[in-house]
Design a protein. Structure first.
Length: 300
């Protein structure tokens, strides 16, 4: 008893699928690197606008006095008395916001691929909007306003490899205080966890991290209250805007990793090969369901 089969170029198809799997994470990498390069460009041009950044920083200080917001100066001076606390806060400001943000992003990509296009789109939108503000309206953080009386906690406590020190200082945009991307990223991560994570305690941790991040940005003299408020609003607006975009449109975006992992229907030749293999293995008519749309292989 033999089976007549048609030769199927499965090797070529498998190679194409392997290339596609390799390109999907590469697409995310290209998008991420492009955004980072854009940030570096904005940071480079900001160095020539120190005067404007200083004036805008003072404008924010005046606005806060008009609104009777709590004075950041007393908070900053209180923390600067304690070396260990200040060093911990400096390091948290430098790297503490990265783990929750990218942890949430990678978790969604690995476990909730259906939600990944929306999550990635909102993250990109909030960053691009912040970059636009940095370019159009640079603003100095409180610690760099020499006449405002703030303690530059990084330089006073010699916190190595923290924000404002060495190579990090040379690459970062020191005049991008408004809005606070630290707060925006923390809020974005918390929203993602609250919306998608089934573990309630994880969502609560995300919410607590927002409060902690705001406190650190104020205590270290890196942001004004208005910077933090703008970062919070920016993250929520990005979520609201992206929520209005049809999922099909998001899934067809430039990020290859956003594509759904659902396999496409088998083509005619692929289906014929699958049915032939089933008959060869089982030798019964149990494979008839798989043969829908394809004639069963001839049997002798």
């Amino acid at each position: 008893m033999g089976i007549a089969t048609t030769t199927v170029p499965a090797r070529s198809d498998s190679r194409l699928r392997a290339i596609g799997r390799w390109l999907r994470p590469s697409g995310d990498l290209v998008v991420g690197l492009s955004a980072f390069v854009l940030y570096l460009m904005v940071a480079h041009f900001a160095q020539d606008r120190v005067g404007a950044a200083t004036a805008n920083g003072h404008a924010l200080a005046r606005a806060e006095r008009t609104l009777h917001l709590p004075a950041e100066l007393s908070w900053n001076h209180w923390m600067a008395q304690y070396h260990v606390l200040t060093v911990v806060a400096n390091y948290d400001y430098a790297i503490g916001y990265l783990l929750p943000t990218f942890g949430a992003l990678f978790w969604v990509r690995a476990t909730r691929r259906d939600a990944y296009p929306r999550v990635l789109a909102s993250f990109l939108l909030l960053n691009l909007a912040a970059f636009a503000v940095f370019a159009a309206w640079p603003s100095s953080p409180p610690r760099l306003l020499g006449d405002a009386g703030f303690v530059d906690t990084v330089t006073r406590h010699h916190t190595v490899a923290s924000w404002g020190d060495g190579i990090i200082s040379s690459a970062a945009d020191k005049y991008a205080a408004m809005p606070s991307l630290h707060v925006a990223w923390a809020v974005w991560a918390a929203v993602v966890l609250v919306r998608l994570c089934p573990l309630r305690w994880v969502a609560r941790v995300g919410e607590a991290h927002v409060v902690f991040t705001i406190a650190v940005t104020i205590l270290t003299g890196n942001h004004w209250w208005l910077d933090a408020a703008a970062g919070l609003v920016l993250a929520l607006l990005a979520e609201l805007v992206v929520a209005q975009i049809p999922p099909r449109t998001l899934a067809s975006g430039p990020w290859l990793g956003a594509r759904s992992p659902v396999r496409a229907p088998l083509g005619t030749r692929d289906r014929a090969a699958s049915v032939a293999a089933c008959y060869a293995r089982d030798g019964t008519q149990s494979c008839a369901g798989r043969a829908a749309g394809t004639a069963a292989p001839s049997r002798k």
